[in-house]
Ligand binder design. Structure first.
Ligand code: ADP
Ligand code: MG
Length: 625
């Protein structure tokens, strides 16, 4: 055995750096949290090349004394924790005292800092964690840290970096989340010279949402506020009519920390049960506050998971708060923020519209889209539908009183759907007519523009869900073919604005998307420009399809195999005929044929495509048997 030795400190720092500094976004997060801890009211983040070559964060916080500058970069140097007892009552965001040490170990750092009220400030340069001399410098009150050439001395780590645009998007995501959890601080983000986000820091959450997530999203929100026991809930949620195509706009904070939580997601969505159109999801920016001992913060600081001591208390608090808000009828809408000059100077969308060439179509964020044609009420099929509800049963929540159906769902007239015949089906139908062999079944018709009724030779009655059946056929074909999908060139490219994570995923997987018929390019600041879309998808569905694919690409990080199937699911679903659409008889016959042949039984999500009733069962219902 070799002798046991302490690691030289720079080696230890590199190891620690590996934990803290994964990518530019993690550097940004640590530095921003330091600035927040320092009491800053305004923070500017500037980055170039996704933050890999240049990331600078300027705050107007308390500053650091010149003599303490080198100390701040020592491992376990912190001004925020003195005893182990302090750990329990952690109020500040950072508490390990190793972020600066770790960051400086893998980059070139310049720090300028001047304490509040001090005559002058000081500057320090560090190279791979090795500090130079502290020299006096004239600088504004507060701290500026500039991190250059991240991972220049750890090429192995560098290899893991994604495209600049994806890293930059991840930094934007961090800034966005911090801006939403600190409406009292003004955040400004400048990416490759262009301002992409600027919150006013006026203390109002809605202002921060408006600035960080866009005008359209902010306009479709309603406020929530409530509590259950010691759990407080506040924030904004989507009005039922403004559902989104994915969950990408659900943002949760627990005690000020951005978290991902299936529990919170389930509580939110459960509150919208029967209020949203099928396939739509609520968006939200929700803050959950609870006593520190009711939540486990002792998880990896870079991770976003959270554990509650009582899941039920948290679920109930959020569920009832949201439901009460949605139920409160005739509640006046949340007034939109006033159009002050601040907003005019800042929405990314407006900036884009101005700069994009004149022929460019107005950016079509998914949330500006017309809602999909509502599915006709299928009371006849209620049972079948319920049994096959795709999502997992939510925790049992007592429902206080039975409420009349909310006004939004009231028997909206079925929209006259565009007649789009999926070409594959038509071909098949034509083929069948040519062959003209006697089918062993008889089509009776279609009801509710969704279900095909037919009878077979053995006197069974069939109900076939035309969308589910077609979706399965499309899915099987896509999987079997396994070659790139045909695309159609759009006359006017479509600008699709995505949530930060989805945006990063799209940029990371441009090749995959091309295989699925989407030709996209980076348009900056969360927007991608779509030039081609899959041939059998309607233009109106393109944005929501891309959004959904992006969500599934995110999944791919965990399960690349599963991701492929998921992508096929989306394409199959979007290109299949929809419930509520007008279908012609040939189309329906082609579907019945495939179902009757026994070839397809379940849709790709596992729902049955058909239900059967025997003659005996029917007779029993009429007390004939
Ligand atoms: P931690 O935040 O866990 O204490 P860091 O390595 O991130 O550890 O920072 C070390 C110390 O440097 C902090 O405790 C704080 O005193 C000081 N510091 C870091 N950034 C700033 C800043 N932007 N403004 C004022 N002080 C700062
Ligand atoms: Mg810190």
């Amino acid at each position: 055995m070799p002798q046991i030795q302490c690691l030289p400190s720079h080696v230890a720092d590199l190891i620690a750096a590996g934990e803290v500094v994964e990518r530019p976004a993690s550097v940004a997060k640590e530095l921003l949290e330091n600035a927040i801890d320092a009491g800053a009211s305004a923070i500017v983040v500037e980055l170039e090349r996704g933050g890999l070559t240049y990331l600078r964060i300027t705050d107007n916080g308390c500053g650091i004394a010149p003599t303490e500058l080198p100390t701040a970069f020592l491992r376990h140097a912190t001004s925020k924790l003195r005893t182990a007892g302090d750990l329990a009552a952690i109020g500040t965001l950072g508490f390990r005292g190793e972020a600066l040490a770790a960051i400086s170990a893998v980059s070139r750092v310049d720090i300028f800092s001047r304490q509040k009220g001090a005559e002058s400030g000081a500057v320090l340069h560090l190279e791979g964690g090795v500090p130079g001399e502290v020299t006096e410098a004239g600088c504004p009150e507060g701290t500026t840290i500039c991190v250059r050439d991240l991972f220049y001395n750890t090429p192995a780590r560098m290899k893991f970096m994604k495209k600049d645009s994806a890293e930059g998007a991840a930094v934007s995501g961090i800034v966005q989340h911090l801006a939403l959890s600190h409406p009292d601080i003004s955040f400004k983000l400048i990416r490759d010279g262009a301002e992409v986000l600027h919150t006013p820091g006026d203390g109002k959450l809605l202002s921060a949402i408006y600035a960080a997530m866009g005008r359209d999203f902010a306009m479709g929100l309603q406020e929530i506020r409530g509590c259950g026991g010691e759990v407080e809930v506040s924030g904004f949620v989507t009005k039922p009519l403004n559902g989104h195509g994915t969950r990408g706009r659900q943002v949760f904070f627990v005690n000020g920390r951005f978290v991902k939580s299936q529990l919170l997601q389930a509580a939110l969505e459960e509150a919208y049960r029967n209020q949203l159109l099928k396939g739509k999801f609520p968006g939200c920016v929700v803050h959950v506050t609870l006593p520190p001992d009711m939540v486990d913060v002792n998880v990896h600081p870079a991770k976003t998971v959270v554990k509650f001591v009582s899941d039920k208390a948290v679920f109930d608090a959020l569920y009832y708060t949201v439901r009460d808000a949605l139920d409160a009828e005739n509640k006046p809408a949340v007034p939109a923020p006033k159009q002050e000059s601040f907003y005019q100077s800042m929405t990314v969308q407006q900036y884009k519209e101005k700069t994009a060439a004149a022929e460019m179509k107005k950016p079509l964020g998914s949330y500006t889209q017309r809602p999909a044609a509502p599915v006709p009420k299928a009371s006849l099929m209620g049972e079948v539908r319920d049994v096959v509800q795709p999502r997992p049963a939510p925790p049992v929540v007592p429902v206080a009183e039975k409420k009349p159906a909310p006004p939004v769902k009231k028997e909206e007239p079925v929209q006259q759907a565009e007649m789009v015949l999926p070409s594959s089906l038509v071909e098949e139908a034509v083929q069948q007519t040519i062959e003209k062999k006697e089918a062993p079944w008889r089509m009776v018709g279609e009801v509710l523009r969704t279900y095909i009724i037919c009878e077979d030779e053995r006197e069974n009655l069939w109900l076939i869900d035309k969308h589910a059946a077609h979706e399965r056929i499309r899915f099987n074909k896509l999987k079997a073919d396994d070659h790139p999908l045909m695309s159609q060139l759009l006359l006017t490219p479509l600008a699709v604005t995505l949530a930060a994570e989805e945006y990063a995923a799209v940029l990371e997987h441009l090749d995959t998307l091309q295989r699925f018929g989407f030709a996209c390019e980076d348009f900056g600041d969360g927007t991608v420009l779509v030039r081609e879309i899959p041939a059998d998808i309607r233009t109106g569905d393109a944005a929501s399809t891309l959004e959904e694919l992006a969500q599934k690409l995110l999944l791919g990080r965990i399960d690349p195999e599963g991701m492929r199937d998921e992508l096929y699911h989306t394409m199959a679903c979007k290109s299949a005929i929809k419930a509520g659409m007008v279908s012609d008889a040939a189309e329906l016959a082609a579907l019945v044929e495939r179902v009757q042949s026994g070839e397809i039984k379940y849709c790709p999500h596992g729902r049955p495509v058909a239900v059967q009733m025997t003659k005996y069962e029917i007779e029993k219902m009429f007390k004939r048997a």
